[in-house]
Design a protein around this ligand. Structure first.
Ligand code: HEC
Length: 354
C-alpha cells in the first residue's frame, strides 16, 4: 500500500518534470503508454519499457487492449528461453501484403518479444517502425524484481551468470535484415501454420489488417515419404532461413536458401496447400548433395555436404547447428544447442534414401 502511494507520488513528480523537459529539450510526452510521466525522444527509443505502449499500469501482467499476442507456427530457439510476442498495428492502417512473401508494415507498427529464463522475466525486445525509413530497435533488461526494465545501451552483449546472452542493439539487424521490412516471424508462412496462435494469418485477415488477404489462410509445410520433412523444414525455416539464409539475409552470398517462400506453399493463382513437393523447394535444391562453397567450412568438415541424404553426421546443416564454438550456427547470441530442434533435422536426413 505504502509503495503504491510512493509510486503515485513519483509519477506525479515525473509528470511535472516531463512537462518542463518537453518545452525545452525537443522531446514530447506521449499518450501511447497511458502514463503521463513518459517521454518519447524524437529519435531512438524511450529508456523505460513502460513507455513503449505494451503494458498498462506499470505491470507486466496487463497489456494495452490494442496489442495482439501471437506465436508463429515455427519459432527461433533462444537457448531455452520462454518467449511471448505482441504486435501492434495502428488503428485504421493495414499491412501491405500485395507480395505475400514480403510484407510492408504501416508506420507506427510495433512488435515486442518477452524472454523468460527459468520463469524470470529477463528482457523485452522491441521493433518500432517510426517512419517510412526508420525502424527503431532495442531491448529492455528487467531488474531482479521484474518491476523496471531499462533500454540496454551496452555496446557488448550482456552474458548472465546462467550463460544466457542479451544481444546488443547492433545485433538485432544482423538477423532482422532478413525480413522484407525488418519483422521476421510476422510473415505469411509462419502465421498460417497449424501451431500458430493469437494474431494468425486468419485472424489478421478477419480483422481487415491485410491489404490483400490470400484466399487460403491456413497451410502446412510440405512433407515427403519420410514423414519427417515438415518438422525439419520448419526448424530450418525459423532458425536459419528467416534471419540469414535467404535471398535477402546476410547469409545470401553462399546461395544456401533455408527459407520457405510463400510462393512454395501458395502456388501461383491456386488455393491449395502444399503445392510444392519437398524436392522442389529452394531449401532442398540448395542443400541435397550440394558441397559447401566456403573453403574454411569444407576444410573443417572434410567430406560433408550441406545435406548428405542418409547421414546427418555428414550433413553441414546438422553439424553446425548442433555445435557451439567455431563454425556454430546461428553464429551469434546462442550458447546452447537446441537438442530437440536439431534432432528433427537429423531424423529427417537419416530417413532420406542415400
Ligand atoms: C540470431 C538472430 C536474431 C537476433 C540477434 C535477434 N533476433 Fe529478433 N527474431 C529473430 C527471429 C528468427 C524471429 C522470428 C521467430 C520468433 O519470433 O521466434 C525474431 C523475432 C523478433 C520479434 C518479434 C517480431 C518479429 O520480427 O518476428 C521481435 C520484437 C524481435 N525479434 C526483436 C529483436 C531485437 C530488438 C533484437 C536485438 C536486441 C533481436 N530481435 C535480435 C532472430 C533474431
Amino acid at each position: 500500500m505504502q509503495s503504491h502511494t510512493l509510486r503515485e507520488h513519483f509519477r506525479a513528480l515525473g509528470a511535472v518534470v516531463v512537462a518542463a523537459l518537453a518545452s525545452s529539450c525537443g522531446t514530447s510526452p506521449t499518450a501511447s503508454s497511458g502514463d503521463a510521466a513518459c517521454v518519447v525522444p524524437d529519435t531512438g527509443l524511450p529508456t523505460d519499457v513502460f513507455c513503449t505502449g505494451l503494458y498498462t499500469n506499470r505491470s507486466t501482467a496487463t497489456f494495452r487492449a490494442d496489442v495482439m499476442p501471437y506465436t508463429p507456427g515455427v519459432t527461433l530457439w533462444s537457448d531455452g528461453a520462454e518467449k511471448h510476442r505482441y504486435l501492434y498495428i495502428p488503428k485504421g492502417t493495414t499491412i501491405d501484403t500485395t507480395n505475400l512473401d514480403a510484407w510492408k508494415f504501416p508506420v507506427g507498427t510495433k512488435a515486442w518479444k518477452e524472454f523468460r529464463v527459468d520463469g524470470a522475466l529477463i528482457e523485452t525486445r522491441l521493433f518500432w517502425k517510426r517512419n517510412e525509413t526508420t525502424w527503431e530497435s532495442g531491448t529492455y533488461i528487467w531488474d531482479a524484481t521484474a518491476a523496471n526494465a531499462t533500454l540496454n545501451t551496452d555496446p557488448h552483449g550482456v552474458i548472465l551468470p546462467s550463460g544466457y546472452e542479451i544481444p546488443t542493439a547492433k545485433d538485432c539487424d544482423k538477423c532482422h535484415h532478413g525480413g522484407a521490412d525488418r519483422l521476421l516471424g510476422v510473415e505469411a508462412v509462419a502465421l498460417a501454420l497449424p501451431a500458430a496462435t493469437g494474431a494468425t494469418l486468419a485472424s489478421l485477415a478477419e480483422k481487415g489488417l491485410l491489404s490483400a488477404p490470400p484466399a487460403r489462410t491456413a497451410v502446412s509445410l510440405p512433407e515427403d515419404e519420410t514423414g519427417k520433412a515438415a518438422a525439419a523444414l520448419g526448424y530450418l525455416h525459423a532458425n536459419c532461413g528467416m534471419p540469414c539464409h535467404s535471398t535477402r539475409g546476410l547469409g545470401d552470398e553462399t546461395k544456401l536458401v533455408l527459407r520457405i517462400r510463400a510462393g512454395e506453399i501458395w502456388p501461383a493463382g491456386g488455393t491449395s496447400s502444399n503445392g510444392a513437393s519437398v524436392a522442389t523447394t529452394d531449401l532442398a535444391v540448395s542443400t541435397m548433395g550440394v558441397a559447401p562453397t566456403t573453403a574454411a567450412v569444407a576444410h573443417a568438415f572434410p567430406g560433408a555436404l550441406r545435406i548428405t541424404p542418409g547421414a546427418h553426421d555428414k550433413s553441414l546443416v546438422w553439424l553446425v547447428s548442433h555445435l557451439r564454438g567455431n563454425y556454430q550456427m546461428p553464429p551469434l547470441v546462442s550458447h546452447r544447442v537446441d537438442e530437440a530442434g536439431t534432432q528433427s533435422v537429423a531424423s529427417w536426413i537419416d530417413a532420406l534414401s542415400p
